[in-house]
Ligand binder design. Structure first.
Ligand code: PMP
Length: 425
């Protein structure tokens, strides 16, 4: 028996499903997960000493690769000063300054401990600010496991075939209006019916928990205009895309200004973090200034701040985004070219260092399109690649991430394996 399977057997007796986050259990692709004992650069080392080129990058945060020496040193420096103070600390101010400098729409920012906390607070703030209750979300957009938002969510919830979680009161779910992504007419209709009850719209501007979907021309602009017209709050959930798609996220990439932005992943440099930021006028509704309560024992934690600051500063140095973009284009165009050569129906949406492989010849524009892609073929592809040393996200609904550490040979090696494996399907 391998060490991973032994660990998984023990874990299943102790932890529900053997994992502390559902998608890690490989339910979607089948088989049992491997355990990782260490990671460095673009590579994971499993408990059984298999080396894997990693395209999950801890689900986004590891944009500089695993165990990056600069981030490690920043954590180490902070560690020797103490792990948590329960008072404000200087790192929090530096972090706020960096986020405000990098994300165009953010005038003030509040740090929290996860993406889920960020979106939970963002919708409470939108509701408190507007004194309205209804929230519009889009099918396939995942915003963490917030009660009001775990409805037609993508990612793990979708993978498990449980788009609606048990334990969420119907009365609360009724305050969430779920619409298909990329259909502006439906949003207009919702505003025509409920305009004065809609606190806000929350969306992943590039949905990446159903693979990777791009908004149609004018769609995000249309949402912006509707929110302005009806006095509703536009929330961009950039937990995944923030600092990934560009230094200023999707909003900078497309030039649309949301009222509130939620962040996470990269701003923690691999430690637990989330944040929400936006217009000062709205943010000042948070306690202690305003009536919307939010708090956290470990919020602004010095280790997490130090790691995140180091991570953001690395992105501002040199040509990180150009390097990441080049690798993204290299891998996506190689996969597309091979698919064309062998006549395999496949599309590869890619932006910068994010990409996804859909086994379908049709452009995926919403959740239904993503569901219709070939799951069996994806799962086979995932397992074949894993055997050969490339770890792709273990579900067709997840995006791949590239790190700057992939440039040291890993991207070429992985491109070969990913294209060769296509020919075996
Ligand atoms: N929003 C988006 C867009 C996400 O991708 C995620 C996590 N994948 C979250 C929110 C939730 O973040 P966390 O897992 O840190 O709670």
């Amino acid at each position: 028996m391998s060490i991973s399977s032994d660990l998984f057997t023990r874990a299943q007796e102790l932890i529900p499903g053997g994992v502390n986050s559902p998608v890690r259990a490989f339910r979607s692709v089948g088989g049992a997960p491997f355990f990782t004992k260490k990671a460095h650069g673009a590579t994971l080392t499993t408990a059984d000493n298999q080396e894997l080129i990693d395209f999950v990058c801890t689900w986004g945060p590891a944009i500089h690769g695993h165990n990056n020496p600069v981030i490690r040193e920043a954590i180490s420096d902070a560690l020797f000063k103490g792990t948590s103070f329960g008072t404000p600390n200087p790192y929090e101010v530096e972090m706020a300054e960096l986020i405000i400098k990098m994300v165009p729409s953010v005038e003030k920012v509040r740090m929290v401990n996860s993406g889920t906390e960020a979106t939970m607070t963002a919708i409470r703030l939108a509701r408190g600010y507007t004194q309205r209750n209804k929230i519009i979300k889009f099918a396939g957009c995942y915003h963490g496991h917030v009660d009001s938002l775990l409805i037609a969510a993508g990612s793990g919830a979708l993978t498990l075939g449980k788009p609606d979680s048990a334990g969420i009161p119907e009365s609360l779910a009724q305050e969430t209006i779920v619409l298909p992504f990329n259909d502006l007419a439906k949003v207009k209709e919702a505003f025509a019916n409920y305009g004065d009850e809609i606190a806000g719209i929350i969306l992943e501007p590039f949905p990446a928990n159903v693979g990777l979907i791009f908004p149609r021309e004018g769609y995000l602009q249309g949402l912006r205009e509707l929110c302005t017209k009806y006095g509703s709050v536009l929330i961009f959930d950039e937990v995944m895309t923030g600092f990934r798609v560009s230094a200023g996220g999707v909003q900078q990439h497309v030039g649309i200004t949301p009222d509130i932005t939620t962040l996470g992943k990269i701003i923690g440099g691999g430690l637990p973090v989330g944040a929400l930021g936006g217009k000062a006028e709205i943010m000042d509704h948070l306690a202690p200034l305003g009536p919307v309560y939010q708090a956290g024992t470990l919020s602004g934690n010095p280790l997490a701040m130090a790691a995140g600051i180091a991570s953001l500063k690395l992105l501002l140095e040199g040509d990180a985004y150009a390097t990441l973009d080049k690798m993204g284009q290299q891998i996506a165009s190689a996969i597309k070219a091979t698919a064309k050569e062998i006549g395999l129906p496949l599309t590869v949406p890619q932006v910068g260092s994010m990409f996804c492989v859909y086994f379908s010849e049709n452009t995926v524009t919403n959740l239904d399109d993503a569901v219709a892609t070939d799951t069996e073929r994806f799962n086979k592809y995932f397992h074949r690649c894993l055997e050969k040393g490339v770890y792709l996200p273990p579900s067709k609904y997840e995006a791949n991430f590239i790190s700057t550490a992939h440039q040291q040979g890993a991207i070429d090696q992985a491109t070969d394996i990913l294209t060769e494996t296509l020919k075996e399907l």
